[in-house]
Design a binder for this molecule. Structure first.
Ligand code: KG4
Ligand code: ZN
Length: 339
């Protein structure tokens, strides 16, 4: 049977990306142009700089992906693009590129939810590799990124029941903010992870929020606890034990994410667990899930944890198969819950 190939574009935040995926799983080519170094100067993503950078990168990124795949647009069956959530000025660049390609080629266009993309990153493998087993429903999905932290029960493809989400900061945002207050560079996740490597995670007892709804999350109390500890240490004129602070903070985040996910998986009778989003690149979080053997856990390859277009192609493929095609007048959707 002829394979179905999706070309996808992602530009929701500070990564300009394009990828080509076959049958929703086999990755043929993927390009990610990161703006990280540019935004690091500002200590976070500067929206206007991000959108202008997307304008510069988008055409070279699409061209490079086609070259890498040895394909032309004639070999593509559909186009998918991140419609939201994300920064409006960034999203419109990818959206307009995708609309231009759709107009020029006549290919169907599929507007994809970025969060659905993160979830579908667990289905992807590199073309030519041994085909890994597909995640099995019902699935418990933990999505942890810079903008979102939520637990969803997935009973089937494209079917989500949200069990809880963050009441304040997203997990990635907490990493970024705590890194800043420890004087570590942006993005905070990798900085905290590196600083933690030589730290004592049990040195500081940071709080694990207790909430009315068991599957909601809250990280602002934890962030404030780190701030108070840092201020107290500074007042006593002691050098800041950055590594121990980072490790203790990271342990608190991992503890909460891991325990809530396992509890929800048991309670809702899910078969397997899926962890995705930028924070799923975190080594301590991956190790926590890998250390248990009650449930099979799917965590994407490192390159697919943070923003990329392969995941937008993977979600786009499922939408395409479900007949969920967009019209050419679709707008971006900066706020767009998954369920
Ligand atoms: O999924 P993503 O690339 O973008 C969004 O959709 O938000 O996630 C970015 C977030 C950032 O907050 C970054 O600090 C965090 O993921 N992150 C990590 C790690 N790598 C990236 N957090 C913890 N540990 C990491 N190794
Ligand atoms: Zn993302």
């Amino acid at each position: 049977m002829k394979p179905i190939r999706i070309l996808a574009i992602e530009s929701s935040c500070d990564e300009t990306a394009c990828a080509i995926l076959e049958n929703g799983r086999a990755l043929l080519a993927s390009t990610v142009a990161s703006q990280m170094d540019i935004h690091a100067r500002y200590g976070g993503v500067f929206p206007e700089v991000a959108s202008r950078q997307h304008v510069l990168s988008i055409i070279p990124v699409v061209e490079q992906t086609l070259v890498q795949s040895n394909l032309t647009l004639k070999d593509i069956d559909a186009l998918s693009v991140t419609r939201g959530p994300g920064l409006a000025g960034s999203l419109v660049v990818g959206m307009n590129m995708a609309k231009g390609l759709a107009l020029g080629t006549g290919l169907p266009l599929i507007g994809v939810n970025h969060l659905e993309g993160h979830i579908y990153s667990s289905w992807i493998y590199n073309a030519g590799d041994i085909v890994p087993a597909e995640p099995k429903f019902p699935l418990m999905t933990l999505l942890v990124s810079g903008g979102h932290t939520e637990l969803n029960l997935m009973t089937d493809h494209l079917t989500y029941q949200r069990l809880g989400s963050t009441l304040d900061d997203a997990a990635g945002e907490a990493f970024d903010k705590v890194a800043r207050l420890l004087g570590l560079p942006f993005p905070g996740g990798p900085s905290i992870q590196n600083a933690s490597a030589n730290g004592v995670a049990t040195r500081f007892k940071f709080p694990r929020a207790r909430l009315d709804k068991p599957y909601d999350f809250s990280f602002s109390g934890l962030k404030t606890a780190v701030l108070y500890e840092v201020e107290a240490l500074k007042r006593s004129n002691k050098p800041l034990p950055i590594e121990d602070l980072a490790a203790s903070f990271q342990a608190a985040v991992v503890d909460v994410l891991f325990n809530k996910t396992i509890k929800a998986t048991r309670e809702f009778g899910a078969q397997e667990i899926l962890v995705s989003g930028g924070v799923s690149a975190n080594r301590a979080l991956r190790e926590a899930f890998q250390a248990q053997n009650e449930f099979k856990v799917h965590i994407p390859a490192f390159s697919l944890c943070t923003d990329n277009a392969a995941m937008i192609a993977a979600a786009g493929y499922r939408r395409y198969m479900a007949g969920d095609i967009s019209t050419l007048d679709i707008d971006v959707q900066p706020t767009w819950p998954l369920s």
